[in-house]
Design a protein around this ligand. Structure first.
Ligand code: AOF
Ligand code: ZN
Length: 345
């Protein structure tokens, strides 16, 4: 199963919004086939795995065990069901990492296999297989995107200046690259009105060779000027607002209700828009709302070494983050927290 996970990761960046999946075929403790889901819309891991078996080993397939990091599918999507393929190849045993929560599968793969007399074991290295596809699984089980909050703070816990103030540059050039890598790993990036105004961020991945996520901004009263970099139409932008619903080529105005549940409305809209993951980059107020509502999965905090005394905005406060990992990038410290609720799911 560990090998399945390794293989699955080779599909990172190519398969989203599909999950990363790896498969290994074993005969008498010898691996005779390996495969992974390589490209969105392309064949699934099981197909590559079975096709990889050498001519001389083909006759062993009906006497082998197939390990798959995700439950084999049972539906006709862009490709035929993998459960059918396993049955057709007379593979007598399947070991699965985690159940596929996608509505059209969701246990039906296991049922199909069992009904055909295949021996099925479910839940091997389950937590690792869940983590591998944390975005896909959160989206399909909790009906919201996987949410990562990120901010940079000074050593004394300050963020940017007050609304309307100056932009405060905190992270160093190495960390900035890391942040662009983080951006390229998520489906979308979200900022609030003040951050869009004060920082005028482009929210692209220009410091990293990866895809540009969709840019999201909350602008309830539509007061952001069209001159902002966010509106340059190079990348798709969605403006959550209370005034209008409109779709232009690379610019969508998405209307949400104006009330205290703003974060819930935005998150619901993201589910409707099929956005599987989002990196929330500020400002402090928007980040704090996500924390207060308990709607987040990871928090990544960048702390530099300067003490700022000038008027600033205190960084958000989190009550329940569990520190998973900490690293240093030159003058910055990067801390990775996870929501205990997320781990429990
Ligand atoms: C598997 N093996 O390697 C993957 C699976 O549109 P399709 O046909 O590609 O189906 C996509 C769905 O299939 C996806 O949402 C997920 O439930 C499952 N992905 N299943 O048996 C694989 N990638
Ligand atoms: Zn499949």
């Amino acid at each position: 199963m560990q090998r399945c996970i390794q293989l699955a990761k080779a599909g990172a960046g190519y398969v989203a919004p599909n999950p990363m999946v790896g498969a290994v075929l074993v005969h008498n403790n010898r691996i005779i086939g390996e495969g992974f889901h390589q490209k969105y819309g392309g064949p699934h891991a099981e197909v590559y795995c079975i096709n990889s078996v050498a001519e001389a080993d083909r006759h062993l397939i009906p006497h082998s065990v197939i390990y798959v990091s995700l439950e084999p599918c049972a539906h006709f999507g862009k490709t035929p069901p993998c459960a059918d393929l396993i049955i057709e190849k007379k593979i007598p045993e399947v070991v699965i990492g985690v159940r596929d929560p996608f509505k059209q599968v969701d246990g039906k793969g296991v049922e199909k296999l069992k009904a055909a007399g295949v021996k099925v074991t479910l839940g091997v290295l389950e937590q690792a297989c869940k983590t591998l596809n944390k975005r896909f699984i959160t989206f399909n089980t909790r009906h919201r995107p996987y949410i990562i909050l990120k901010w940079a703070q000074t050593a004394n816990g300050m963020m940017a200046a007050e609304a309307g103030g100056e932009r405060l540059l905190i992270s160093n050039e190495f960390t900035n690259r890391q942040v662009h890598k983080w951006r390229s790993e998520e489906a979308a990036i979200l900022v609030g009105t003040n951050t869009a105004l004060v920082d005028d961020p482009a929210l692209t991945t220009r410091l990293w060779n990866g895809p540009d996520p969709i840019r999201l901004v909350v602008d309830m009263n539509l007061r952001l000027p069209a001159s902002l970099q966010l509106f340059n139409q190079q990348v798709k932008t969605i403006v959550f607002n209370s005034l209008r619903h409109e779709e232009k080529e690379n610019l969508i105005y998405y209307q949400v209700t104006r009330d205290v549940n703003l974060v819930h409305h935005v998150v619901q809209a993201l589910y409707q828009l099929k956005i599987q993951s989002v990196l929330v980059e500020g400002g402090a107020q928007l980040l704090q709302s996500f924390i207060d509502e308990g709607i987040w999965d990871e928090i990544r905090v960048i702390t530099n070494t300067t003490q700022v005394v000038a008027p600033g905005m205190p960084a958000p406060r989190m009550q329940s983050g569990q520190l998973l990992h900490q690293e240093t990038l030159f003058t910055d410290t990067l801390q990775y927290f996870v929501n205990p609720q997320t781990l429990a799911h």
